[in-house]
Ligand binder design. Structure first.
Ligand SMILES: [Zn+2]
Length: 212
């Protein structure tokens, strides 16, 4: 498992404006959508589809805005005033939507993030939700998304341990292929005390389910 995670983390992370073949123009992107519309069997020149390429390209800017975002910006402002608090910080049920890199169709669900702060401090809770979007708004696999969130928290907050769980439904499983509606995929990654101490994993899982 460690080897898998390592290889996921070592994959080149696209940086803003570093598309290897150069970023196409908006007109080129819209022309590509018209090709796909013809591929469906429909006619891009019929009235209902005339503005579709423009809308799709605009939607893509939002779906894939993570390529223009940077985890460092999100996590750089650390709050140190925690008055001695050094126990677990857990934010659960952070909703997200992403697109699988194999089919470019959505997968969506909830992310749960926990960490034990070190003297580096804590971040505002909303930052963790924004961090999820930095990576979710890209072409992804659920495994890589999980690993990238953990890695960013480890790198920027240097916590004593970090735990991330993602629960998601993949449209490429429910709409095509095996067509299993409602099947949920769960991924977890633990570092530090969460990795080393099974009791910490139990605590994380217990807190996730408490009060539900
Ligand atoms: Zn897929």
């Amino acid at each position: 498992m460690d080897a898998v995670v390592k290889s996921l983390l070592e994959r080149p992370q696209p940086q803003p404006n570093s598309a290897p073949l150069g970023r196409p123009s908006r007109e080129e992107a819209e022309a590509a959508v018209r090709v796909l519309l013809r591929w469906t069997g429909d006619d891009p020149s019929r009235e209902g589809l005339l503005d579709t390429p423009k809308r799709v390209v605009k939607a893509f800017e939002e779906f894939f805005s993570g390529y223009q975002a940077d985890a460092t910006d999100v996590l750089s402002r650390v709050f140190e005033e925690v008055h001695g608090y050094d126990d677990i910080v857990l934010v659960r049920d952070i909703p997200f939507s992403s697109h699988c890199e194999h089919h470019m169709v959505p997968f969506f669900g909830n992310a749960h993030i926990a960490y034990y702060p070190s003297e580096e401090g804590v971040v505002g809770l909303s930052k963790l939700a924004r961090l999820v979007d930095v990576f979710a708004k890209r072409l992804q696999t659920q495994e890589a998304l999980t690993a990238q969130i953990v890695s960013a928290i480890d790198q920027h907050l240097r916590p004593r341990g970090c735990a991330v769980m993602i629960e998601a439904e993949h449209m490429c499983m429910s709409m095509r292929g095996v067509r299993k509606h409602g099947a949920e995929t769960i991924t977890t990654q633990f570092t530090g005390v969460f990795r080393d101490d099974p009791a910490e994993q139990v605590r994380f899982l217990t807190l996730l389910r408490s009060g539900k």
